[in-house]
Design a protein around this ligand. Structure first.
Ligand code: ASP
Length: 439
């Protein structure tokens, strides 16, 4: 039985975990029902999901740090880094612009906010949201400050507080230093090369627990919320899922199929593990080790590119989030009866793109940034609070899909950058095998 189970590729086991988790959650919510079902989901099942999320989060900083240093060393020439970074950032930005425009377009076509009685947002949800909005406001700093903070005054602190952009910055600098030292730093250089192999192995070991983690997270979400998730916000969910699928098919599809001339089926086939983990954890940061493994092992991107471009993407590139913010803005305008002008659309697009760059890759991060986008067309704070409190209880379902889109966007851009730099193995991309199962 066990060896049969283990003979399935990992993505198959993750998918089985996902479907079984969904069914188990529905049984808990409707079969056992009442108070008991959700309580079992929350107290007895969720901890397994939390443990899985913590296990992969544990790897994020060591993985980024070791693999970026090793990646810069492997690149051999610091000049290559400049063109790599330039291409990645421009393409990340370009896909985000497509995403937010598509979000607003679909939001206008489907009209998820028309006729919604958002004033039903409960008092509890409102005070919960108010608290979270205050936290978000405290944390949001000016763009200039954020840019400065990329340079860590204390690299150890950046590592210990998991400040991804500062860790990337320090790792790149360290790699350049090691390259510059040449022969004299031979053993330091070998240390990082070997350390990166070790953390990648560790990722594979942790990923073996993914089917259980994914099962537990799905059972928890469905067990505590049931199908109410789908029904209450059905139009908003429909708009978001549709826009994300279109974006994945046409924008990433265009990039992979038309610009790069590669089969799209293989792209998504190779990303299945990461998509399953993103869907169930709703966190691009937590999914990062798996995304890196998929992109290197199944899509044929060289580690030096994958390990630097993907962490950057997980932090600044969030197309699913940009789509979502565009849709929420149209949703709010419709619910509040505000006619949007062309200038409004332009401002929403710009603010939503900026907000998606500033969103952390953790669950529900962007919902609390939505008020900044709503403010640009005159939504008052009190109205924004109502809208956010209305969406908040069901946000998980929306978050799952936008996180999947977020990580696929990172992978598509990374593959493009790798191919254009000559750091790409097409044979691996085209082959059917999934290579991330063997520990
Ligand atoms: N949960 C999303 C992510 O981690 C961010 C968001 O849109 O809330 O990618």
């Amino acid at each position: 039985m066990w060896s049969k189970w283990m003979s399935y590729p990992l993505w198959g086991r993750v998918l089985i975990g996902l479907v079984l988790g969904l069914l188990a959650g529905l049984v808990l919510h409707y079969g056992i029902g009442g108070e008991t079902g959700p309580v079992i989901a929350e107290t007895w099942i969720k901890p397994f999901g939390d443990a899985f999320v913590r296990l992969i989060q544990m790897l994020v900083i060591p993985l980024i740090f070791a693999t970026i240093v090793a990646g810069v060393i492997a690149m051999g020439d610091p000049k290559k880094l400049g063109s790599l970074g330039g291409k990645a950032v421009s393409l990340y930005f370009l896909t985000t612009i497509f995403a937010v425009s598509l979000g607003m377009l679909i939001g206008n076509l489907i009209k998820p906010g028309a006729g919604v009685d958002y004033s039903s947002a409960s008092g509890d949800a409102q005070s919960d949201v108010l608290q979270k909005l205050e936290n978000a406001a405290q944390k949001s700093r000016s763009f200039k400050d954020q840019l400065l903070e990329i340079i860590p005054t204390n690299p150890m602190e950046a590592l210990s507080t998991a400040n991804v952009l500062s860790v990337i910055f320090f790792a790149v600098m360290l790699g350049i230093g090691i390259l510059a030292a040449g022969e004299k730093a031979k053993s330091v250089s070998r240390f990082f090369e070997e350390a990166s192999v070790v953390v990648q192995k560790l990722t594979m070991i942790v990923m073996e627990t993914a089917p259980i983690g994914v099962f537990a997270l799905m059972a928890w979400v469905m067990g505590t919320q049931g199908m109410g998730l789908v029904i209450n916000l059905s139009k908003l969910a429909l708009a978001l899922y549709l826009a994300c699928i279109l974006h994945m098919l046409f924008v990433y599809g265009g990039l992979v199929r038309i610009v790069m001339g590669l089969p799209l089926k293989r792209f998504y086939g190779g990303m299945l593990d990461a998509m399953g983990v993103a869907f169930s954890t709703s966190s691009s940061n937590a999914t990062l080790p798996v995304t890196i493994a998929c992109v290197e092992k199944n899509l044929g991107v060289k580690p030096s590119v994958a390990s630097s471009v993907l962490p950057l993407g997980a932090t600044i590139n969030m197309d699913g989030t940009a789509i979502y913010l565009g849709i929420v803005a149209t949703f709010a305008a419709q619910a509040l009866g505000i006619e949007l002008t062309m200038a409004n659309f332009f401002m929403i697009g710009f603010t939503a793109a900026m907000a998606s760059i500033g969103t952390a890759g953790i669950p529900s991060a962007s919902l609390f940034l939505a008020s900044t986008v709503l403010a640009v067309f005159g939504v008052t704070e009190a109205q924004a609070l109502l809208i956010i409190a209305f969406i908040f209880p069901f946000d998980r379902l929306l978050d799952m899909m936008r996180t999947v889109t977020n990580i696929c966007g990172d992978a598509a851009v990374t593959t493009f950058v790798a191919k254009s730099q000559g750091d790409f193995d097409e044979e691996i991309f085209r082959s059917e095998a999934t290579r991330i199962t063997n520990v």
